[in-house]
Design a protein around this ligand. Sequence first.
Ligand code: SF4
Length: 350
Amino acid sequence: MTSPPAASASATAASGPTPPTPPAPRGTPLIRAEKLRVEYRGRSGGGRVRALRDVDLEILEGETLGLVGESGCGKSTLGRALLRVIEPASGTIDFLGLNITRLRGTRLRRTRADLQMVFQDPFGSLNPRRRIADIVAEPLRRARGASRAEAGPVVAELLDQVGLGAEAGRRKPHEFSGGQRQRIGIARALASSPKFVVADEAVSALDVSIQAQILNLLSDMVRERGLTMLFISHDLGVVRHIADRVAVMYLGQIIEVASRDDFFSGPAHPYSEALLSSVPSLRPGGRRERRVLEGELPDPANPPEGCLFRTRCPFAEDQCRTRMPELRTIAPGRTVRCHLPLVPGSTEKG
Ligand code: SF4
């Protein structure tokens, strides 16, 4: 195990801001979920509903992992659980080799400085009564213990880097457009010099013309700062633009993980195939038939037996009704949860 992030924090706990933790070696997992399970109470007050079903996922240092899937599949729950905003029922989260699953109090606060979020709704997440400088400084002051004087230059530089200029700090959120407010949200997420950022539908609420600017800004920030990012989106076109690898979720499970190129040139899971097929501009070479995804996402409180996708899968066989497929490696860097994965690059079963 490597030293926990809190080790550097403890050295400076007595006075001044907590410095950022040292970087992890590139290519190693920065954050890892193992058998992560999140449950909530069912609507009728009945049994527990599983929002995350024993999720195993590694996010490598320096990469952007795109997380896709239909609304309600658990993407946001996973992002929030990794940030320790949602309490898991079981499983572990390792960050830089430290098990952070049950951290509490000061150690959790210090670790949170390294784990930040860019929200979908930049207006709803910015306090309308506060000045931008105070909003951006908040994580730096709260998580790293910086004084107002220490935070000032950092905030000014960040506002410059996100293209708003330091003078924006004197103004309030209502004075900015949607795209500008998302730049403020990005500056706030970066203020504590985090290692890991979750961007949850960060461009979904923006006009298409502004989306590209914000995506480019996020890409630049990730590259320049050596950040690791989980980019959550229902928009596969946006994910192809920004992600190094892609993970697909269905009903609280990870069902496929692949490099961006492998995924977009031929997904291995029938659900991934259907998702990609529904976006004509992303169908490789135009040679794929459009595969309509039949039916709705099953009720998470009453999931099917066997493979969770079997009620919508055109390839379901007897074994799919009785046996839940494991997430297994089918090629280097490529995992899929299916008894009969599609042969990459074709629409035929392997
Ligand atoms: Fe379809 Fe069976 Fe694969 Fe599930 S395991 S995705 S039902 S082929």
